[in-house]
Design a protein around this ligand. Structure first.
Ligand SMILES: Cc1cc2nc3c(=O)[nH]c(=O)nc-3n(C[C@H](O)[C@H](O)[C@H](O)COP(=O)(O)OP(=O)(O)OC[C@H]3O[C@@H](n4cnc5c(N)ncnc54)[C@H](O)[C@@H]3O)c2cc1C
Length: 303
């Protein structure tokens, strides 16, 4: 693997920014994470295809990230390339029935825009951080629904094949998973909306925000829910029942407000969060025989 050679080729071929040793703590909502060997902004599909071709030729592993609101990056960083989508992927257009948006558009912006036009559909996405690409990759949502429920189509860039359009109904939407990341890089999504009553949309948004404020540590660095809810139960309930609210490792703490959130209370490192995750898994496993699976994605080595 020759990161240095990849770096010079990328700089020569790409219009977007190419950085080396970029601290990932700057690009994750946890504010945790060591350096990525390369951090590449691809502004166009052509940039994306060049970047992937160069990285594959130089044997440099790569991953696409959105706003890093669902990832924990190792303290040692990531020895490969983090690709983020730039300019051309931030646009979005709205009609009375469809919202078509690039994968780098911020979900909250798209949601607010739809609601301000009196369009209903995105109710289950209110208050979720991150990009459209991240939301589609994770099938983001709440107990009221998932983004997958309203997806008309998704466009992927598949290395070696180019742009591929999938119909929403052909995606395997599941709880916090769509399988899309494994198939390619999400570059665009089209979601169905419909005319709604402005006043009731506003009320429903305010309700969602209020519920989040009351039940989640909004404003403290985190990656949202750490564990997926086991079938028929809630990870937060199990963690709270195990008496782990307020449990701390270094700067990482199980939130007092929502036990499924581990927050960075200042100066937490990835190792602190990982230790807490393992402790929670052990305690809940001992008490209930339930193996909690993580929702957050890990980037880098956690050996
Ligand atoms: C305070 C807080 C509250 C949250 N509440 C919720 C919630 O209610 N519901 C919920 O579902 N989630 C929630 N989350 C988690 C997170 O916001 C979502 O999973 C979000 O959709 C991730 O978007 P992102 O752009 O930050 O993706 P990232 O965290 O950057 O990436 C997440 C995954 O998606 C992949 N990915 C990202 N972009 C692409 C792309 N273009 N192509 C292919 N793969 C891609 C990445 O490789 C990675 O595996 C919360 C997080 C926080 C911090």
């Amino acid at each position: 693997m020759t990161v240095a050679r990849a770096h010079s080729a990328l700089t020569a071929f790409l219009s977007g920014d190419v950085r080396s040793q970029e601290l990932m703590a700057r690009h994750t909502t946890y504010r945790i994470g060591g350096p990525a060997a390369l951090y590449i902004t691809c502004d166009t599909v052509s940039d994306l295809s060049s970047a992937v071709r160069i990285l594959d030729a130089e044997d440099v592993p790569w991953i696409v990230l959105g706003k890093g609101s669902n990832v924990l990056v190792a303290d040692e960083g990531y020895p490969g390339a983090v690709i983020v989508l730039g300019r051309e992927f931030k646009t979005h257009e709205t009609s009375d029935v469809l919202v078509r948006t690039g994968a780098a558009a911020i979900l909250a912006g798209v949601v607010n825009d739809a609601f301000s036009r009196g369009l209903s559909g995105f109710e289950s996405c209110v208050g979720i951080p991150g990009t459209i690409g991240g939301a589609l990759a994770m099938n983001a949502g709440t107990r009221d629904g998932w983004i997958g429920d309203i997806v008309e189509s998704v466009t992927l860039y598949v290395p070696g094949e180019g742009l591929i359009a999938l119909r929403g109904e052909d995606v395997a939407w599941a709880y916090r998973d769509s399988g899309l990341s494994a198939r390619g890089i999400i570059v665009e999504g089209t979601m169905r909306v419909e005319a709604g009553d402005k006043e009731s949309i506003r009320e429903s948004m305010e309700d969602s925000f209020r519920r989040r404020k009351e039940t989640q540590p909004v404003g403290q660095p985190s990656a949202g829910s750490v564990f997926v809810n086991p079938e028929g139960d809630s990870a937060g309930r199990l963690i709270e029942q195990a008496g782990l609210k307020g449990e701390r490792r270094g700067g990482a703490v199980v939130s007092d407000k929502h036990a499924n959130f581990i927050v960075n209370d200042g100066g937490a490192c990835a190792h602190d969060v990982l230790q807490l995750i393992q402790h929670i898994q052990n305690r809940v496993g001992e008490l209930n025989g339930i193996e909690l699976r993580t929702e957050i994605k890990f980037l880098g080595s956690f050996e």
